[in-house]
Design a protein around this ligand. Structure first.
Ligand code: DGY
Length: 325
């Protein structure tokens, strides 16, 4: 295809080099060369003047953007990422704009960052690093910064999809942990790790030493970790969130941390990112990361290649590889 006939793609951020090269092979992309957040108006103008839009989790794709795109050249939204809670899917359906995402390729990276948070919390690694860098390490002593072991503990998963299962397998097979979980529908392919499905989020919270959130953000899961769920957790149990900020009631979390009614929190995602509730920054026993779940070169490249696969399918009038709507 000559450049003149290649469909044009408006890409809201920069991608890893190999993914940008693959996109440029088949399409004429416009990348956001500054790699800074774009305004709603800039994205709307970009979509309206290109055949497709490739946004990320850091963009809010409003009905206004979708309508502007549909009124112009825009025909398709190929999301760079698996979660699509930042896209007004109803507006896409209303404008007959299909949407794709990138499931599967970020499972391992996200499961690994979950383990990172879990181990950092359990072994007090952040506290130790801050102490050492601050010049405050007084040397080895038997009671210094004692953490807890993962082996023998119970992991509670909320949302037993691909990532939940990958975390469960790491914990059961790699760390000798027991696994309980809550999932809206019945899950029956975890028998090899003896994972036990429970009836409610509160049941999981009451049974687990570590609760890890892996459900998609939706109206059904909005603040699914609420005051009742935190109240059910034992006082030394910790919560890990690598899903989306909106699945936790952050005020309830801050209250539980400050009161010592839970043992800690490891968070990679936040409500209203990148603006973090200041009370979370000052709450005790937290490990906080800037949404690094999928941030490996391998995964971020694979996510871009998936976007390319979906764009190619769309413009060849073939079924989407990863249809959302
Ligand atoms: C996703 O793909 O939804 C991730 O949160 C981005 O890392």
């Amino acid at each position: 295809m000559s450049d003149i006939t290649k469909p044009t793609i408006f890409v809201t951020r920069r991608w890893p080099a190999d993914a940008e090269a693959a996109l440029s092979k088949y399409f004429t992309p416009t990348f956001n060369s500054e790699d800074v957040p774009l305004t709603t108006q800039q994205i709307a103008d970009g979509f309206a003047s290109h055949d497709a839009l490739a946004p990320t989790v850091s963009d809010t794709i409003t009905a206004e953007i979708i309508e502007a795109g549909a009124a112009g050249k825009g025909k398709f939204v190929a999301n760079y990422g698996v979660g699509v809670n930042h896209i007004d899917i109803e507006a896409c359906k209303a404008a007959s704009i299909p949407v794709s995402n990138t499931p599967g390729v970020l499972t391992d990276a996200t499961a690994d960052i979950t383990m990172t948070l879990m181990l950092m919390l359990a072994r007090r690694a952040g506290e130790g690093e801050r102490e050492l860098r601050g010049g405050n390490w007084a040397g080895w002593r038997p009671t210094h910064l004692m953490g807890r072991q993962l082996s023998g503990k119970t992991l509670g998963i909320i949302g037993m999809g691909r990532i939940g299962k990958a975390v469960a397998r790491r914990c059961a097979l790699g760390f000798g942990m027991k696994v309980v979980f809550y999932n809206r529908s019945k899950v029956d392919d975890c028998a090899d790790i003896n994972a036990v499905q429970m009836a409610s989020v509160v049941d999981v919270c009451a049974a687990a030493d570590i609760v890890s959130l892996h459900c998609a953000a939706s109206p059904d899961t909005f603040e699914i970790m609420n005051a009742a769920a935190f109240d059910a957790m034992p006082s030394d149990a910790v919560i890990i969130n690598t899903a989306r900020g909106d699945v936790i009631d952050e005020s309830a979390l801050v209250k539980a941390l400050n009161a010592g009614s839970i043992g800690g929190a490891g968070l990679d995602v936040f409500q209203g990112e990148p603006n973090i509730n200041p009370d979370i920054l000052t709450a005790p026993h937290t490990v906080l990361l800037p949404h690094l779940g999928s941030a490996t070169l391998e995964t971020r490249t694979a996510m871009g290649l998936k976007v390319v696969d979906n764009l190619r399918a769309f413009f060849a009038s073939e079924p989407l590889v990863d249809p959302v709507c």
